[in-house]
Design a protein around this ligand. Structure first.
Ligand code: FAD
Length: 503
């Protein structure tokens, strides 16, 4: 039974707790190994933020130390890269405000309790164990605030939140190779009130917020004295954005309503509704036939599809461009992503749309030893290649390619800073789209395995597609531990229904 006890121990540590506890103890013990910088660089810094006069840091690597790869970000791109890095050649230092990777394709399922939060979060130490074991490899719970490409340094400051928040601690880290994998941020198109009143769906804490709000509204609507109008508002769940994330979340919500709310909140079951608002067609990356199927199925499940553009968001209602008002109790915003203000502020070459510009080998041209991968990067116009979509499959393959590439350079003697200038970089990165999938609720999904909407290949919808969707993602979940969690969560939900306790 040792293995079972071990599993129980792992499962009881909450994601949030781990993050904040580690911050203080891990960071400060790690910092005791650092050199203390006595002066700041004469900065050609890429950020306007001026660092303080003196602060600690990891200095340039010495000849008796391994060269250092610094990775910014713990998303699909950064994690896949760290997994593939040969730690006999490099030390790895990762800087990110979160100590885990999120398996985003299954995040929507956690909002309604189909899956537990820990099932979609993979700690960094499990992805690259050297980070926990090797004396000169580290994970720092921090955000990068600027990059100095002349002195090969990144400037960082710690990130803490909630009751455990401490003043930011600033430090800098020298790199031999720098991999920027900072991802993207939700777009709001500057619409007033979105940031204040809507919830995004990108991180585990967003899913936690959605679940808490949904369950709170269900319970509030059940207390005596609530007016009919207020009950309807509280239980109106509005999703803005009909891309795969918005559609999958709407499908999960409607499943939750038909299976769990109807059984366990019978008093209010006729008040709860889901509305999906989209300016154009839903699921525009899928072909007509699949789109029509999805619309029909969502409507059958009770999701109201509304064509409209949101003009303004107020605390309890949003206003569409035709002037109509939509009261809501829960508002989830999922209208696509774009580069973060930090990525935009970096003084590096830029691709169309503000992403960091890269060449065919994922290098950032004009600076030495800097690479960018995932959602934050895009091919420069001069490469003649299109900007790749913001997808996990792009980020993951770029991470894999770059890890192999850095390993090759390292073996050929180019791992140190400024030592790979004249090296042949070999094969370029080539992206081949493997297809798209989206679940729409009621054991139905869309699977399109074609490279583009007009290409030949398999495209189907229905129960078989749902089965393929589940099997595909179960095998893609990063670790056996989480694969096990996901399978058990699915089984538990099927047999006992979703967990509706508001913890
Ligand atoms: C709900 C949802 C469902 C999705 N489903 C799919 C799907 O089914 N298939 C698919 O292909 N794609 C899907 N995607 C898209 C996919 O998740 C992204 O394309 C992918 O996460 C991009 O990986 P990334 O590493 O570039 O960025 P991210 O995964 O966003 O990671 C960025 C990292 O950078 C860190 N960071 C940010 N700022 C700083 C800073 N200043 N300093 C240091 N670190 C920083 C962040 O904390 C994070 O760790 C989905 C996305 C979402 C949100």
């Amino acid at each position: 039974m040792f293995w079972l006890r071990g599993l129980i121990r792992i499962s009881t540590s909450s994601i949030h707790k781990t993050t904040t506890i580690n911050t203080k103890s891990y960071l400060f013990t790690s910092l005791s190994h650092f050199t203390t910088a006595t002066s700041t660089s004469t900065s050609t810094s890429t950020s306007p933020t001026k660092p303080p006069e003196k602060y600690a840091g990891l200095g340039p690597t010495k000849s008796d130390e391994k060269p250092r790869v610094v990775v910014l970000g713990t998303g699909w791109a950064g994690c896949r890269l760290m997994k593939g890095i040969d730690t006999s050649i490099y030390d790895v230092v990762c800087v990110s405000p979160r100590n885990h990777m999120v398996f985003t394709p299954l995040l929507a399922s956690t909002c309604v309790g189909t899956l537990e939060f820990r099932s979609v979060a993979e700690p960094i130490g499990r992805i690259q164990p050297a980070i926990s074991r090797e004396p000169n490899s580290y994970f720092f719970l921090a955000k990068c605030t600027s990059i100095d490409t002349n002195t090969h340094q990144v400037h960082c400051e710690t990130v803490t939140d909630g009751v455990d928040a401490v003043d930011p601690w600033k430090f800098k880290v020298s790199y031999d190779k720098l991999v920027i994998a900072l991802g993207s941020e939700p777009t709001t198109f500057g619409i007033h009130g979105v940031k204040e009143h809507a919830i995004f769906l990108r991180e585990v804490y967003h899913a936690q917020e959605i679940r808490r709000k949904l369950l709170l509204n269900l319970m509030l609507s059940d207390v005596p004295g609530i007016s009919e109008e207020e009950k309807s508002r509280l239980l109106h769940c509005v999703v803005v954005g009909g891309g795969p994330t918005g559609v999958e979340f709407s499908g999960e919500l409607s499943d939750f309503i038909t299976k769990d709310v109807h059984q366990r909140y019978a008093h209010v079951k006729n008040y709860i509704h889901v509305t999906l608002i989209e300016a154009n067609e839903i699921l525009s990356s899928f072909d007509d036939r699949l789109r029509r199927y999805a619309s029909k199925q969502l409507t059958k499940s009770g999701v109201r599809l509304v064509r409209g553009i949101v003009k303004d968001v107020e605390p309890q209602k949003l206003i569409l461009n035709d002037g109509s008002e939509v009261p809501y109790g829960l508002l989830v915003w999922s209208t696509g992503v774009g580069p973060s203000p930090f990525v935009k502020s970096l003084d590096l070459p830029k691709a169309k749309g503000g992403r960091i510009g890269i060449d065919e080998w994922l290098r950032v041209p004009s600076v030495q030893d800097v690479f960018a991968i995932g959602d934050c990067s895009g091919f420069l116009e001069s490469t003649g290649k299109p900007i790749l979509p913001a997808l996990a499959q792009v980020a993951e393959r770029q991470g894999k390619y770059l890890a192999n590439h850095l390993n090759k350079i390292g073996k050929a003697g180019g791992a140190r800073a400024n030592s790979a200038k004249d090296m042949d970089f070999g094969e370029q990165f080539v992206y081949k789209h493997l297809g798209s999938m989206a679940t729409i609720g009621r054991y139905k999904a869309l699977v399109d395995l074609r490279q583009s909407k007009d290409a030949k290949g398999l495209s189907m919808a229905g129960f078989t597609s749902w089965f393929i969707w589940r099997s595909a993602y179960l095998t893609r979940v990063i670790s056996w531990r989480n694969r096990f969690y996901v399978a058990i969560n699915w089984l538990t939900t099927f047999v006992f229904g979703r967990d509706i306790s508001r913890i």
